[in-house]
Design a protein around this ligand. Structure first.
Ligand SMILES: [Zn+2]
Length: 301
């Protein structure tokens, strides 16, 4: 049972919008693409987790802090007699495992995901202890991109490769698991401890004036859209969206990017590229938001 579903982080949502409305610097773009790829990998792994039939509680995307140290968990599964900690990597390419580290084929040392996993397990154990639970923890590093290969791996390492995913989840399913009240209490305590998204320090600096205005496409985020009274058509992917839904979606983007700005009719006309009339935008805003204030000082909430 999914207790906490995965949602796209606000950071990724904002980067996704900015990527189409401004030129991201090369390092910002790389960071955005890495986040997006990681999220895609996590969603793919979630499909396996959803198929688990035994009684288990699943919590995705957790961020905890213990003794001023933060740690993040992709997926945590509470089963009858243990807790599974899954760290998902959607990397591709060839790597070599040596000296307890990960290296590229050219010999460059890269991030050590096993160290990261062990650190996470230690911190989770401490957290469980502070919550007065002493479930054993089984942690796994899951590489689920079929284009990934790691040479030289000793079989005892807790790593799951793409070709082992099916067996790994089948084996999880074969371990009988019956839950009781204490498991639910643990899940709820962990939800209370979850601090949500941490900081926005990794967001690029952006200003309203520098962003491109217009309707983004619901499917591909492109600004290459044609608009008429009833619909927004994307010239890039062909997707068609009803005008009201497109306006509301673009208003939500505006609110996400500029929480300090008030939603006004004129503001949204401009944000949507000036292709719809003031009257058309006002009608949609009136229908879906609460109007605050009077006349030219009015705005929508
Ligand atoms: Zn599109």
């Amino acid at each position: 049972m999914i207790v906490k579903p995965r949602t796209k982080s606000r950071l990724l949502e904002i980067l996704e919008i900015l990527n189409f409305r401004m030129e991201l610097a090369e390092d910002e773009k790389q960071y955005y693409l890495a986040l997006e790829k990681g999220y895609r990998g996590e969603l793919l792994n979630d499909l396996w987790v959803e198929k688990l039939k035994e009684e288990m509680l699943v919590l995705h995307d957790l961020l905890f802090e213990i003794k001023n140290t933060q740690f993040q968990i992709d997926t945590l599964i509470i089963a009858q007699d243990r807790v599974y900690l899954l760290d998902v990597k959607y990397h591709e390419g060839d790597y070599i495992y040596k000296n307890d580290g990960f290296y590229t084929l050219s010999g460059k040392e890269t991030k050590n995901h096993l160290h990261q996993l062990r650190r996470c397990e230690t911190l989770l154990r401490q957290l469980l202890q502070t919550l007065s639970f002493n479930f054993p923890i089984e942690s796994y590093l899951i590489f689920n991109n079929p284009e990934f290969f790691l040479y030289n791996v000793p079989p005892e390492l807790q790593i799951i490769f793409p070709t082992q995913l099916k067996r790994f989840y089948n084996n999880l399913n074969k371990r009988p698991s019956k839950l009781s009240e204490k498991h639910k209490v643990l899940a709820n305590k962990l939800l209370d401890e979850n601090i949500g998204e941490s900081c926005y320090s990794k967001l690029p600096v952006y200003k309203y004036e520098q962003l491109k205005k217009g309707f983004t496409c619901e499917c591909c985020n492109s600004l290459l859209t044609n608009v008429d009274k009833r619909k927004v058509c994307c010239t890039k992917c062909g997707h068609i969206e009803h005008i009201e839904s497109a306006v509301l979606r673009n208003v939500e983007e505006y609110k996400l990017l500029f929480p300090e700005r008030k939603v006004t009719t004129i503001g949204i006309v401009e944000w949507c590229g000036g292709v719809l009339s003031i009257k058309a935008i006002r009608t949609i805003l009136n229908k879906n938001y609460k109007i605050m204030g009077l006349g030219r000082f009015s705005y929508f909430k």
